[in-house]
Design a protein around this ligand. Structure first.
Ligand code: TRP
Length: 331
């Protein structure tokens, strides 16, 4: 690989992404490919920390892989693979786990949240989830990790684990930095615009899925919650309108001032319809490409097989050195 900084990121295999996942993360993954060496993976091993239906997990993993490609991740430019295909992640996970304290894992807010939400299944994988995430990143000695705010604490822990390892065994791991994209945004729920847009929202109108068809997208935007004002302008307290303006700005490239003048004197109804249409048109090529890729199973298989081979080769070099450093007998 060329001498550029290395980016690593992973995404959960939910099968389809929300407009929030897309605008906050996945859309950027494609654009980072020119400036950086990029390694991206679908984290099926992380997914089983909560109960999964096996057949569905398999399907969702393949769909997520195809969707990343449809969103612009090019398996020729980046290394794109499925986590469970590359055993170095599990191997490094064990070693890093032996260098992570129970106390630090107990402080992870996502563990506290998830164990409260699934009190009947507080398994040890859920507890050590951030160690596997650290292994994902450190197995490649990644420089930069694009993550949302909800993952910042986990990334901080990965840095601490790397630092501790370096102190014990001699400087080895690169300390990964969070990558905050220049463009990228937190997209809020269309029904409760103070909350993050989430696929698990009970109200289906709250969340746009990037594979929703045009009519569905427009219908959801028409029902978006706004305020009792009438003017399309970005200002404090107008969470619904601010969110719609952010979305419209991302898909059209227009800034807020331009959007304000475009809709001066028009009502919220016109604006919501325009946002819906712009988003649906923007996502049209993603849907088309996803449909095309989904039919081409052989090509997908070739992509994820080659992706795993490249990831394996890259991470094996690093993990072998780690094995040696901790005192395992060389094979
Ligand atoms: N934990 C991340 C999430 O839930 C996914 C993830 C797994 C990840 N491994 C990673 C993200 C490594 C960045 C780097 O979103």
């Amino acid at each position: 690989m060329e001498d550029k900084k290395l980016i690593f990121s992973g995404i959960q295999p939910t099968g389809t992404f929300t407009l929030g996942n897309y605008m906050g993360a996945v859309k950027n993954w494609g654009s980072l490919q020119e400036e950086y060496n990029c390694i991206y993976c679908v984290v099926d091993m992380h997914a089983i920390t909560v109960r999964q239906d096996p057949a569905k997990l398999r399907q969702n993993t393949l769909n997520s892989y195809a969707l990343l490609m449809a969103c612009g991740v090019d398996p020729e430019k980046s290394i794109l693979f499925i986590q469970s295909h590359v055993r170095t992640h599990a191997e490094l996970n064990w070693i890093l786990g032996c260098n992570t304290q129970f106390g630090e894992l107990s402080r992870m807010t996502q563990f506290k949240d998830k164990s409260q939400r699934h009190p009947d299944d507080v398994n040890s994988g859920l507890f050590t989830y951030p160690v596997l995430m650290a292994a994902d990143i450190l197995a490649y000695n990644a420089d930069l990790v694009p993550v949302g705010v909800d993952q910042k604490q986990h990334l901080e822990l990965a840095r601490n684990i790397a630092q501790r390892f370096n102190q014990r065994y001699g400087d080895f791991f690169t300390l990964p930095e969070p990558y905050i994209p220049k463009v990228g945004a937190k997209i809020m729920s269309l029904q409760e615009p103070t909350k993050k847009m989430s696929k698990s929202d009970e109200n289906p109108n709250a969340c746009i899925l990037i594979l929703d068809d045009k009519d569905t997208i427009i219908r959801k935007f028409k029902r978006a919650v706004t305020d009792s004002d009438t003017e399309v302008c970005y200002s404090e307290g107008k969470d619904g309108i601010n969110n719609l303006m952010t979305i419209y700005s991302i898909v059209t490239g227009k800034d807020f001032a331009a959007i304000e003048s475009e809709f001066a004197g028009k009502g919220y109804g016109d604006f919501k319809l325009a946002v819906g249409e712009a988003v649906a048109d923007h996502l049209e090529p993603v849907r088309t490409e996803f449909a095309r890729l989904s039919k081409d199973k052989a090509y997908l298989k070739k992509c994820y097989t080659e992706g795993a081979e490249k990831a394996m080769k890259y991470s094996q070099r690093i993990v072998s050195k780690v094995y040696h450093k901790v005192g395992f007998v060389d094979r």
